[in-house]
Design a protein around this ligand. Sequence first.
Ligand code: DAH
Length: 377
Amino acid sequence: MSAPNSDYDPVEVTPLHPDEIARVTSEALQAVTAATTLAELKQVRIDHTGDRSPLALANREIGALPPQARKEAGQRIGQARGEVAQALATRTEELEAVESAARLLAETVDVTLPTDREVVGARHPITTIQELVADVFVAMGWEVAEGPEVEAEWLNFDAMNLGPDHPARTMQDTFWVASSGAAADGPGAQDSGKVLRTHTSPVQARSMLTRTPPIYVVCPGRVYRTDEADATHMPVFHQVEGLAIDEGLSMAHLKGTLDHFARAIYGDTMTTRFRPSYFPFTEPSAEVDLLCYVCHNEPSAVASCRTCGGEGWIEWGGCGVVNPRVLVACGVDPERYSGFAFGMGLDRTVTSRYDIADLRDLWDGDVRFTEPFGVGL
Ligand code: DAH
């Protein structure tokens, strides 16, 4: 900075000379225009408005002027600095817009592209157990059979030796399909001759009517009864039916088959127990229980076992030697052939196997329920 000097002519002080100010100003403005990035502009700002810039240095010279000259010089410098500051602000805005547009372009995401982050979901345990059961029997050479869920009353009941007066035929248990025009609960409601099948047993009749012995079929499927939904009952549930018709089949073959079935599902230490029972379609009939897979009926554990309620055994299903009346109704010669049949509830098999307290969980369709069962095939 020059020393104060009363004879000083501001025009003669080089940095404050109008031409010099015009020159450095235009240099600054050119530099601002020439900057093509915000980083370059930052450097221009430092070079042309920073402490060591020509305009800042000129500004400092004002103090060296005689007081009467300071105003004009100050105005000139102030105007020049204002012009440069304004140009910088405008260019900053322009470059910010350019750079933000470039960034948006670079970061463009095509939201329509497929992504690999979809939730995979899981298979429902009822589906898995149906397939597992089918696999066990197919491995023994059995066939998987199917039947409709809207079933002929005759196949659901009569063919299975459930006569017209059997309690299972009453409105209490059976969903009747109303004939067209009849109210579901009014007169004629049962006249259609069709029901929602109350068990998978009609598939036995269908199999015998469409095949010639030997017959070995297994049929997992959905069945319906007029139960209120609660933790242990559902109006829709699942069973697996089995039927074997051949020469010389006996209760012993049935026991061996069910023991194998139980071991395939529950492991090699599993065994079954038969209790005498009654079913119209089998004679003799039995209820089949599984050894409790938690306490194994061990004397030290069975009394306090919550899974089997201290029984040591868990109800699994019904079975027996096919009643000759059923064979006759389905066109099979009872003199030549005999057979055995069984039917198990699959929902209880799943709920007891996985400790599911409420049957309704199987129906909620909540993926959080199915996820722990995984996607195993
Ligand atoms: N259908 C019977 C039910 O729903 C179960 C059953 C019992 C099936 C004995 C059979 C059988 O094949 O032999 O309760």
